[in-house]
Ligand binder design. Structure first.
Ligand code: ADP
Length: 491
């Protein structure tokens, strides 16, 4: 080796060092990203565990009280248990939604949606929640709003509910608003509020799953941090876009733009928003196959009063035998059975009962979803567990071509009662006085049951109660009392 090679070697060495430096920087960035993702995931898991724990505690507590015959009203206990179960269902559905969307399984349906009715229903729901917090709720439209649009109703509703509930949740004073504009088959919805706002650096990441705004460290609002992530992916797969503008301390505006074509046909009559008493025509029979006796009992309790004959089986073999004996009109098959897969039962029943027998698969696992009814599969449809009455009625009507008979209206019937809940915030005053007292003396354990009483007596106070509960659960009595101060003094 001669000295003449020295400059070359030096250059090589420098190049090598520079390359290594770049690799190290890349590795560091990758490591930082992995650490951040991990931290986000841990934060998320803590959030989810917290979310799961409170309703589970309520279910557990009330079940024990009932077991001990401790004098609690069974109706009251059932109400708390049902509400808690609903909350858990929402959480699980949220998680499933994300995984379904991420794995590309989610299918959009194309429903004919009575758009003004859907808006009215949402506005009614959120006006109540906003007023319970002392907020003004504004609903405005611009231009002509079509009587009917074609879209996936459940998803559209989910998008708007997520945005509206955030607007109310993250606003302590002032207003929450929804403004709807429709033009050239496209809807623009602006959901705005005069709330806490979102810091500029958070405005992108709040749309990511597992991310809640930094603001939540201080405000400790209940939530899963999944709402906006689901909202954005839904808007995207529906071919739209969503943007946010916000000034911390002044408020936020979320804007969603969606293609919402107006169909030529009129909306169909559905079982929705009417209480069904039965159906026209001959009596139909239903075979239920599920190894969970509770699930069988619930479905049976829903179907028998509507005039169906119901046969139940706890496993596949029993189901097949009952079908041969009773020749049901429709079978609802759980996919997970102790002796065989529900799919196998479906195939056997199809051979046995031919096309005349309608078959619905039922599962709690969205990954198993297969629409069916395409001629190539043994089943005709799919229902998600827990089965919602409306979805069940729609599926039965579609499969058996049923016409529902509505319950006779008695003037102030149950529907009206549901829309205009009994109990205004005035009636909440005595409860609020007691809650204030409990907060001042620091009797945290008594606050939960008192909030249950409040929600029971004054449904309009549900949102207020939820906020109080979040603070009491976190032992933040200062925040708790501050909210109560904002609600006048009933003493
Ligand atoms: P969650 O409300 O359950 O945390 P979301 O995904 O709906 O989950 O929202 C993510 C975050 O975005 C929230 O934690 C909150 O910090 C912020 N955020 C959403 N909407 C608003 C709003 N209207 N005003 C202020 N912050 C909001």
């Amino acid at each position: 080796m001669t000295d003449a090679h020295a400059p070359d070697m030096l250059a090589d060495l420098q190049a090598e060092l520079a390359a290594q430096g770049r690799t190290i920087a890349q590795l560091q960035r990758a490591r930082d990203a992995a650490v951040a993702a991990n931290q986000a995931k841990s934060r998320y898991l803590v959030g989810v565990s917290h979310e799961i724990r409170s309703p589970l505690n309520a279910i557990y507590g009330y079940a024990q009280l009932l077991e001990r015959d401790a004098g609690v009203s069974p109706v009251e206990a059932a109400r708390v248990i049902r509400r808690s179960a609903e909350h858990l269902t929402n959480l699980v559905n949220g998680l499933l939604d994300i995984s379904r969307i991420e794995s590309g399984v989610l299918k959009l349906s194309r429903d004919l949606v009575p758009f003004p009715a859907l808006l009215d229903q949402l506005v009614e729901m959120f006006r109540m929640q906003a007023e319970a917090k002392g907020l003004e709720f504004r609903f405005t439209t611009e231009g002509r709003i079509p009587a009917c649009v074609r879209t996936d109703e459940k998803r559209l509703r989910q998008i708007l509910i997520n945005l509206l509930s955030n607007a109310v949740k993250y606003t302590d004073s002032g207003h929450a608003a929804i403004h709807v504009r429709y033009r050239s088959q496209t809807v623009d919805v602006e959901v705005s509020d005069s709330g806490i706002g979102i810091a500029a650096e958070d405005q992108d990441r709040i749309f990511e799953p597992f991310n809640r705004g930094a603001i939540n460290d201080r405000h400790a609002q209940p939530g899963t941090g999944l709402g906006l992530a689901i909202t954005r992916v839904l808007v995207q797969i529906m071919g739209g876009d969503i943007t946010v503008r916000s000034t911390p301390g002044e408020g936020s505006t979320f804007r969603v733009r969606l293609l919402l074509p107006e169909p030529a046909e009129a909306p169909p009559e559905t079982a929705r928003r009417r209480r069904v008493a039965g159906y026209a025509g001959p009596r139909r029979s239903v075979l239920l196959v599920d190894d969970d006796p509770a699930q069988l009992a619930v479905l049976q309790a829903l179907l028998v009063p509507l005039g169906f004959t119901v046969h139940t089986a706890g496993n596949g073999a029993e189901g097949i035998a009952l079908a041969a004996m009773y020749r049901p009109d429709i079978a609802l098959l759980d996919i997970h059975l102790p002796d065989m897969r529900g799919w196998q039962v479906a195939e056997t029943l199809r051979v046995q009962g031919g096309e005349g027998l309608r078959i619905l698969m039922v599962s709690a696992n969205a990954h198993e979803f297969a629409a069916g009814g395409d001629g190539g599969s043994a089943h005709d449809g799919f229902l998600m567990k827990p089965v919602e009455l409306e979805a069940l009625l729609d599926a039965l009507a579609a499969q058996l071509r049923l016409d529902w008979i509505a319950e006779a209206s008695t003037g102030a019937g149950p529907e009206q009662a549901a829309l205009a809940p009994p109990g205004s915030m005035v009636e909440a005053a005595p409860f609020l006085a007691e809650l204030r007292h409990l907060g001042r003396i620091g009797h945290v354990r008594a606050i939960g049951p008192k909030l249950d009483e409040l929600e029971h007596a004054v449904p309009a106070a549900a949102a207020l109660s939820a906020r109080l509960r979040a603070h009491a659960d976190g032992f933040d009595l200062k925040g708790y009392l501050k909210i109560l101060e904002g609600h006048g003094h009933g003493e």
